[in-house]
Ligand binder design. Structure first.
Ligand code: AHR
Length: 306
């Protein structure tokens, strides 16, 4: 028979079906949609799971409340894509006390590694380094005024993509004139870019580093509305390599994209099953990312899965 989410047998795997509570960040980006789909496919009934899905709309308090809800329901395991890095100690301790294993996917937390069984995701700092190295190589020898569209404040990808990029452009002629959060959304990227254009003038911005494709796509709209040509007058580098971003790269509106692979579902499901069965599960699992210039994007786009 299948275990019952309300039966309070958390941690034991009360039957053939593994009940998993998944606390997703929200639905801020194309990347997030692809990640949610990957998770729902991997945690399907056919694969022996019952998935209790929650998307917190980027609200950290709501996400923590959702995790508490899963603990109270007595699910067999909890998967979290943590919106921000800090503030997880209490609720992760509560899950541990209830005997419910926690697996993190995508973003990292600052809490002790003892408080979760495994983490599966991407090396965000390395993504930033790759983006920065390309910027340094292409634009580092001439005076380049750069603005940054940051991801959600306090999130691991926003923190680490900034650190990696900044390290890679050190000593070059790229100057960061401003950096603000666009919250990983297209609307956010657009309105922050509009503000930058208003403050500095469209002719005084040479380069945009966007922490994800969606914000770059919003910036493209703002740049075009100001009468400039994205990818030419203002160069754009972003991260994710979702379909719309890759199309903009092929169209010459974005100049370079570092991949962030959202297809983590199968690895996360394997980790959950392993942890519940008491197997040795690798505690830290990095997934490989590629990077694309225009020619590489043209070659890759037809076969992209997201
Ligand atoms: O945590 C991964 C990031 O979250 C992706 O780069 C971004 O698009 C998403 O919102």
């Amino acid at each position: 028979g299948s275990s019952d989410a309300a039966s309070g047998d958390g941690g034991g795997g009360g039957g053939d079906t593994i009940v998993v509570g998944f606390a997703q960040t929200g639905s801020e980006s194309g990347w997030r949609s692809a990640n949610t789909e990957s998770m729902k496919t991997a945690f399907s009934e056919d694969n022996g799971f019952e998935l209790v899905f929650n998307a917190a709309d980027n609200d950290t308090a709501a996400q923590i409340a959702a995790v508490r809800g899963f603990i109270n329901q007595g699910v067999d395991a909890i998967v979290i894509a943590p919106i921000v890095e800090d503030g997880w100690d209490d609720v992760l301790t509560e899950a541990a006390d209830a005997g419910i294993p926690v697996i993190l996917e995508d973003r990292t937390v600052s809490a002790s590694e003892d408080l979760y069984a495994a983490w599966i995701g991407l090396d965000f700092e390395e993504e930033g380094v790759k983006a920065g190295e390309w910027a340094a190589e292409m634009y580092g020898d001439e005076e380049t005024k750069m603005v940054v569209l940051e991801g959600t404040t306090g999130s691991a990808p926003a923190n680490d993509r900034a650190t990696g990029f900044d390290a890679a452009i050190e000593g070059t002629m790229i100057e960061k004139i401003d950096s603000q959060t666009g919250d990983f959304t297209r609307d956010g990227g657009k309105s922050v870019m509009e503000g930058f254009i208003q403050n500095y003038g469209v002719d005084n911005i040479d380069l945009v580093y966007a922490h994800n494709d969606d914000m770059a796509l919003g910036a493209i709209e703002a740049i075009e509305a100001a009468g400039a040509v994205p990818g030419e007058d203002i160069k754009i580098i972003s991260i994710d390599a979702v379909h719309d971003g890759m199309q903009a790269l092929v169209d010459g509106k974005i100049n370079y994209i570092v991949e962030c692979n959202p297809l983590l579902g199968d690895l996360v499901a394997a980790a959950v099953t392993g942890v519940i069965n008491g197997d040795d599960v690798e505690a830290v699992q990095y997934v490989e990312d590629l990077a694309f210039d225009q020619a590489a994007a043209e070659a890759a786009l037809p076969d992209r899965k997201y």
